[in-house]
Design a protein around this ligand. Structure first.
Ligand SMILES: Cc1ncc(C[n+]2csc(CCOP(=O)(O)OP(=O)(O)O)c2C)c(N)n1
Ligand SMILES: [Mg+2]
Length: 414
């Protein structure tokens, strides 16, 4: 047995055994102290709402174990050199640092809200780095790591959350669409875009990001149908971070999410979303399929949202510390770092240089937000309709009159 296969044998690829054991224990613990019949009944109902007992969770593609050991997969492999590996580490560290900075800025009152990506760095960097510049991405509101890969300035991601603009970047500059808050709607935008790409005869691939909760939306179901029927070059990248605010995935589906694709007539696959190499390999294959006219594919990146849903959320209300701790042991950055160190691909100087770069970037982001100009108040009436609208004109006039009633209002209505 090789070193790699030993490691593989010791490490359950899916980490599902742990989940199954935990579910059983939890159900038993709930039942045991139940004093009243109603308590036991409620516990049984809760246990039944979970995945049926005994059903094994499917395998997922993994190329790097949580301990940082490279393993092989029969269908997916990765061709990557040391520089690229170090680049992936850099991307993930900088993204995490940016995210931490944004969370702190929200706490300091500089942002109204922040949706953290903590824990999802590998899913985002692995998929983002699988793309070409001419590919097109339709994100949710949490894809800060993908934005980084697309070359969007991190400071630009903050404007909408500060309330000074409705987006903050030109989608066509980096082929990275604006953040979308309406859950699942961007799956349809991506599908429509991909259908257009196919009609143009371009070999662009389109990526639609969404969460586990979004898979329950009609828009996502419609996007699956249209993309399959029109053989659209779109890759659906679902980050299953186990939660849709306070709703667990058990409340979204009774089958593993990637298996939904089969019902629509295209392939689906589950990948270890905390393994940047596996995500890169699987996404590369999916975009290649799309580019070569083989149609859509669904990737389910099995990961975990380690932080709160947003800064307005308190996850301690609905999930346990144990659950978070179990996922912390599968941290995407630590496993790549362990691999780099074990293989002597990263020395102290390299690691220190990344930390230093993170500090510089964080400082720049702090300075950018504090000097971000407030928009003219009257601009809120711009860009609502392409050709204007009588009602908007009326509201604009009303607001202008109201603003003018204050002695210190300037010409821009501020
Ligand atoms: C159409 C719609 N319904 C409800 C909401 C409120 N909402 C915001 S985030 C969210 C949960 C989304 O969960 P998931 O798709 O798993 O993505 P995650 O936030 O976990 O990344 C909901 C229900 C919304 N923004 N849009
Ligand atoms: Mg989710």
């Amino acid at each position: 047995m090789t070193v790699e296969s030993t490691a593989r044998a010791k490490t359950p690829r899916s980490g599902v055994k742990r989940t199954a054991t935990k579910t059983t224990k939890k159900a038993a613990a709930k039942k045991a102290p139940a004093k009243k019949a109603t308590g036991a009944k409620a516990a049984a109902k809760k246990a039944a709402a979970k995945a049926p007992a005994g059903r094994p969770e499917p395998e997922m593609v993994q190329l790097l174990t949580p301990e940082g050991v490279r393993v092989e997969h029969p269908d997916y492999t990765i061709d990557i050199d040391a520089d690229e590996l170090r680049g992936l580490y850099r991307d993930m560290v900088l993204t995490r640092r940016f995210d931490a900075e944004a969370t702190a800025l929200q706490r300091q009152g500089e942002l109204g809200l922040w949706p953290s990506l903590l824990g999802q760095e590998a899913a985002q960097i692995g998929s983002g780095r699988a793309l070409r510049p001419d590919d097109y991405v339709f994100p949710t509101y949490r894809e800060h790591g993908v934005a980084w890969c697309r070359g969007v300035d991190p400071a630009q991601l903050l404007g909408m959350f500060r309330g000074v603009n409705n987006g903050g970047w030109d989608p066509n500059s980096n082929n990275f669409h604006l953040y979308t808050i309406v859950i699942g709607s961007q799956a349809l935008h991506a599908t429509g875009y991909a259908m257009g790409v196919a009609k143009d005869g371009a070999d662009t691939a389109v990526l639609a990001y969404f969460g586990d909760g979004a898979t329950s939306q009609g828009d996502v179901a419609e996007a699956f149908t249209f993309s399959a029927v029109y053989n659209a070059p779109v890759v659906f990248f679902c980050q299953n971070n186990q939660w849709a605010i306070s709703e667990p995935t058990e409340r979204q589906t009774r089958v593993p999410l990637y298996q939904r694709a089969a019902g629509y007539g295209f392939p689906g696959i589950r990948v270890d979303g905390n393994d940047v190499l596996a995500v890169l390999a699987v996404t590369r294959a999916a975009v290649e399929r799309a580019r070569t006219g083989q149609g859509p594919m669904l990737i389910e990146a099995f990961t975990y949202r380690m932080g709160a849903h947003t800064t307005s959320d308190d996850p301690t209300r609905y999930r346990s510390d144990d659950e978070r701790a179990a996922w912390e042991a599968k941290d995407p950055i630590l496993r790549l770092r362990a691999y780099l160190e074990n293989e002597q691909l990263a020395d102290e100087a390299f690691l220190a240089s990344i930390d230093e770069e993170s500090d510089t970037m964080a400082k720049r982001v702090r300075e950018a937000i504090r000097t971000m100009p407030d928009p003219p108040a009257m601009s809120m009436f711009d860009n609502i309709y392409a050709d204007g609208h009588a009602l908007v004109d009326e509201e604009r006039a009303q607001y202008a009159a109201y603003a003018a009633s204050f002695a210190d209002t300037d010409e821009e209505g501020n």
